[in-house]
Ligand binder design. Structure first.
Ligand SMILES: C[S@@+](CC[C@H](N)C(=O)[O-])C[C@H]1O[C@@H](n2cnc3c(N)ncnc32)[C@H](O)[C@@H]1O
Length: 375
């Protein structure tokens, strides 16, 4: 069997297995005519024994009871980061969110996780010790989707970054992951990004940043966001987490062949697309929180068109959930906190603000490998 299967068989990641071989911790195996490593049963047995030797007994005996790596979630919204990190095996310890509608969604999905409200009031003792802190601080003062001059980090909303930084300075988590709109890169000609990086650097963090477009992670929406990673006193960490050493596999499946015109994932999500269903572009434009208003400009420009009857409609909230790659009805609150148009507006707004879970999950997996020393 080849490396990936052998690693699975032994119970480690492919990267760890390769590292053991390259560093001489276990001797190398035979190669096939294409120069791929081939592992026979003897090799598996030998490397498994090495694995058992170096593992602590508690890890072997009580594997399912191992404490997981944990995340504290700030500016949690409806939990885009939280979903992604949980899928990668992290345990959420606390969620900090001020908006009552978002809190009701968090309570529905994470009823037993402690909640904190206004970050300005949060004290370090309120936060359970957590390996990773995540947060997408409010983007209102950075977003290009808002008219007028951008106040950047001087604004009362985006300036909440400093509250997050205050707590980071006191709690010193090993890793912080921050998300925001790509407008952060250009705000005050890049000075705001510079301030954010130097603020974290002064607290002892090595910092890296990268933009990701959700459409490259199987999400049916073009959504470009900047992700900033800080690793406490480890200058190589952010690069290991945010970048890949080699070309990775394709994220999306290939389209239909031989002239069959298959529907795109976005077209699958919207309406009843059989028969006289709406005409939709192949991928959704970016959803914004400003799309929440029932009047005025819908910045997202996502419309379902029915040319035969001369009608156009906006997407309904459950379709927006699909466009954000959230589970269907995720933003339906468990209580009657809002109804009718108000409920729709709150759902559009929260979804437009959210992190897409597949991007969060990709980063979370990289953070997990980093924490487990697999990079
Ligand atoms: C950009 S959104 C983050 C969305 C989140 N990442 C998600 O996936 O849904 C920023 C969030 O910060 C929250 N927020 C604003 N002011 C806050 C404060 N003072 N304390 C805590 N949360 C706050 C907003 O209600 C909003 O949900």
């Amino acid at each position: 069997m080849y490396l990936a299967d052998a690693a699975k068989e032994i119970g480690v990641s492919s990267i760890t297995l390769k590292r053991w071989i390259l560093s001489g911790k276990v001797s190398d195996v035979a190669r096939d005519k294409n120069n791929w490593r081939v592992f026979n049963n003897g090799d598996i047995e030998r490397i498994r024994n090495y694995h058992l030797q170096i593992s602590e007994p508690a890890q072997i005996t009580y594997c399912s009871e191992q404490p997981k790596h944990t995340i504290a979630s700030f500016f949690s919204g409806i939990g885009g980061f939280d979903i992604g990190f949980e899928k990668a095996g992290f345990k959420v310890t606390v969620q900090c969110e001020i908006e009552p509608f978002c809190v009701s969604i968090l309570n529905k999905h994470w009823p037993s996780i402690p909640k904190l409200s206004d970050i300005k009031e949060v004290k370090i003792d309120d936060i359970p010790t957590s390996t990773v802190w995540v947060g997408g601080f409010p983007c209102q003062d950075l977003s290009l989707a808002r008219m007028g001059q951008r106040k950047g980090l001087r604004g009362s909303k985006s300036g909440l970054f400093y509250e997050f930084a205050r707590l980071v300075g006191e709690g010193k988590p090993r890793v912080v992951v921050i998300e925001n709109v790509a407008g952060l890169l250009s705000s005050h000609k890049g000075r705001d990004l510079g301030i954010l990086i130097s603020t974290l650097a002064e607290l002892g963090y090595a910092v890296g940043w990268r933009t990701f477009n959700s459409k490259n992670f199987g999400v049916p929406q073009s959504r470009q966001r900047v992700y900033i990673v800080g690793c406490y006193r480890d200058e190589r960490g952010p690069g290991q987490i945010l970048f890949e050493p080699e070309c990775s596999e394709r994220d999306t499946e290939k389209g239909g062949s031989n002239g069959t015109k298959s529907k795109t994932p976005f077209q699958e999500i919207v309406g009843d697309t059989s028969g006289e269903g709406p005409v939709i572009q192949s991928i959704a434009y970016c959803l914004y929180a400003t799309s929440a208003r029932h009047t005025g400009t819908d910045w997202s420009r996502n419309y379902a068109c029915y040319p035969n009857v001369g009608m156009v409609r906006r997407l309904i909230p459950s379709e927006c959930e699909g466009v954000m790659a959230f589970p269907k009805n995720w933003t339906l609150p468990g209580n009657h906190i809002l109804e009718g148009d108000d409920l729709d507006s709150a759902r559009y707004h929260a979804l437009g603000n959210a992190v897409t879970p597949p991007v969060a999950e990709w980063i979370a997996n990289k953070v997990m490998s980093y924490l487990n020393g697999e990079n």
